[in-house]
Design a protein around this ligand. Sequence first.
Ligand code: OAD
Ligand code: ZN
Length: 242
Amino acid sequence: MEIFDIKNKIKESNQITVLTGAGISQESGIPTFRGKDGLWKNFKAEDLATPDAFSKNPKLVWEWYEMRREICQKANPNPAHYKLSEWESLHKNIYIITQNVDNLHKKAGSKNIIELHGNIFSVRCTMCNFKDNYVPYPLKEIPPLCPKCNSLLRPNVVWFGEYYNPKILEESKNILSSSDLVVIIGTSGNVSVPVYLALDVIHRGVFSIEINPEESSITQHVNVYIKGKAGEIVPKLFDSSN
Ligand code: OAD
Ligand code: ZN
């Protein structure tokens, strides 16, 4: 398919769902999980983003989050985030389902966003129902404690081995089932729920486009694979001019 045809496909869609992963924020300076900068003090995300790691060493896990919270707070959206947000304000027919916790889609101005894995600036209590959706970097203490009951606070994100919020999953499935185009950007396809969401919609015959400089576990299933960086490709494809 030529770029002209892909642009038309996007322009003519009634409803677009964009599934994003860490790769869309790589050009904003946020390291991907499985890329070369993915390690911290020799730990992988899978060693730290777990309930087990947190119960063994909450301070260590919070130090890792605080390092990431600082990066996310200082990062700016790149042309890919901005173009998707602009498309939403112009056409109102686009939804973003992201695996990212970095807040950059919101910062770029997108409104229709589902954060499958939560948001890195949101915290919740491990004991009571206290929750705060925006606690900016830096924390006053590490690990932070609940202002209501003094128990440990934790990042309000989904860790490996944890259940997804069923309401959020339901909403994601509904959005995908009413979409006639899916665009998958910057995910390696290593985490089962997002891969399931993507493959389910693809196998139902919905037209699919993937943007990634490297092939992923989803690449062989999509209709169109575009090898390249999100910040360069997204603005070229989401172009409503003629
Ligand atoms: P990964 O780090 O596994 O994959 C990042 C993907 O982005 C790779 O396929 C890269 O090729 C691609 N990429 C790199 N630079 C890019 C660019 N400039 N433009 C477009 N793509 C680029 O990240 P995810 O697939 O998002 O989960 O990882 C999924 C989940 O695993 C995360 O949400 C997190 C993580 O551990 C939890 O914490 C539960
Ligand atoms: Zn509490």
